[in-house]
Design a protein around this ligand. Structure first.
Ligand code: BYC
Length: 316
């Protein structure tokens, strides 16, 4: 047992764990072990940062969308991601941490966000594949998190997951349309699938045996399924969709096991994953610069809003 848990009051800890095991949610004012609070802040803030940084690769294509319909869908999707970031920062604040502090950690390069957003969006097909793969992976992960033991996170996930399902469908529809188009359009979809498949599988985190946080997260039902279980569910869901569109996936070891009913997959490049997560991806620098600029450009808005709210407090 970790030292941080040993220092907790054993009676309170037992009551807390009994509550979780009975399926009750933990709410902000309830007693919780410090490690539970710390783990939630880590995960929820990484999640919020991912939503906000995740607006960049797609936002990059809003002005280049090929039709008004596609532009409206993309604009709505990117706005949804901003909303997800907002709910998640709000939910994290219920744990007694300040949103400004979390954002500073991101801007100073001290906080993680999802590996996937450090890859570039080179063609229009990437917008479809992000919806299909990235939002599909997020939907699988977040459907599990909607059952998590912390009330505010679980409730935020319920709403976010509904929106992710829409994002996933619009992405698949975009790709289906490209696949039914000219040979060049189909090839553009295939090229995009080839580049995004493996990074999307890595979104679920390292294999269970190398996942340092999983044990405690699963004990306290923050996560109710493991990284590998969710990765497998996503693969099983997505492979038939690719086949239906005549697309191939870039894994020579992918094969269906009729006994387990799983699509078995080959080795993932975890060296690449850790390099990307630790700042050495293709777009890490660009993403951080964009967020720092956005933060600086928004300073006057935050200051004006704060002054207005302070003035209202004085008047009232
Ligand atoms: N990327 O012990 P592990 C979206 C880190 S955005 C980067 O298995 P855990 C969207 C991990 O943090 C949706 N880092 O971790 C938005 C840990 O490092 P620390 C994003 C990763 O927490 C816009 C270390 O590796 N979703 O949908 O048990 C447009 C060891 O990992 C990643 C979420 O954030 C990664 N992929 O499990 C479109 C979901 N994976 O912190 C779409 C919430 C692992 O110990 N988060 N690491 O230094 C989770 O469900 C879990 O945190 C994870 C990882 C499954 C991601």
């Amino acid at each position: 047992m970790s030292k941080e848990i040993q220092n907790e009051d054993p009676k309170k800890l037992a009551e807390f764990e009994a509550k979780i095991n009975s399926g009750e949610k933990i709410e902000p004012k309830d007693w919780m072990p410090e490690l539970y609070r710390k783990q939630l802040i880590r995960m929820m803030s990484q999640h919020a940062h991912s939503e906000v940084v995740g607006m960049l690769p797609e936002g990059n294509w809003i002005t280049r969308a090929p039709s008004l319909r596609r532009k409206l869908i993309l604009l709505a999707k990117v706005q949804d991601e901003a909303g997800h970031g907002l709910y998640l920062y709000n939910s994290a604040e219920t744990l007694g941490v300040d949103r400004g502090e979390l954002i500073n950690q991101l801007l100073q390069g001290k906080a993680k966000y999802s590996n996937i957003f450090n890859y570039p969006t080179l063609t229009w097909a990437d917008i479809g594949v992000i919806g299909w793969f990235v939002d599909g992976a997020a939907m699988v992960n977040q459907t599990m998190l909607a059952k998590c033991s912390y009330g505010p996170y679980s409730r935020a996930m319920l709403r976010i997951t509904k929106e992710e399902a829409f994002h996933n469908r619009q992405g698949y529809e975009l790709i289906a349309q490209l696949c039914a188009g000219t040979p060049e359009q189909k090839q553009m979809a295939q090229d995009s699938v080839n580049r995004w498949w493996f990074p999307s599988l890595m979104m679920f985190g390292p294999p269970d045996a190398q996942s340092p946080n999983s044990e405690i997260l699963m004990r306290w039902k923050i996560k109710t399924e493991s990284n590998d279980q969710l990765r497998q569910r996503f693969i099983n869901m997505t492979v038939p969709q690719a086949i239906a569109r005549g697309l191939t996936l870039p894994d020579p070891d992918l094969k269906f096991n009729p006994e387990t009913k799983n699509w078995e997959y080959g080795k993932l490049n975890w060296d690449e994953f850790y390099a990307v997560v630790n700042g050495k991806g293709i777009c890490n620098k660009e993403r951080m610069e964009a967020r720092i600029n956005a933060h600086e450009n928004g300073r006057w808005v935050r200051e004006a809003a704060l002054t207005y709210s302070l003035k209202r407090q004085t008047v009232n």
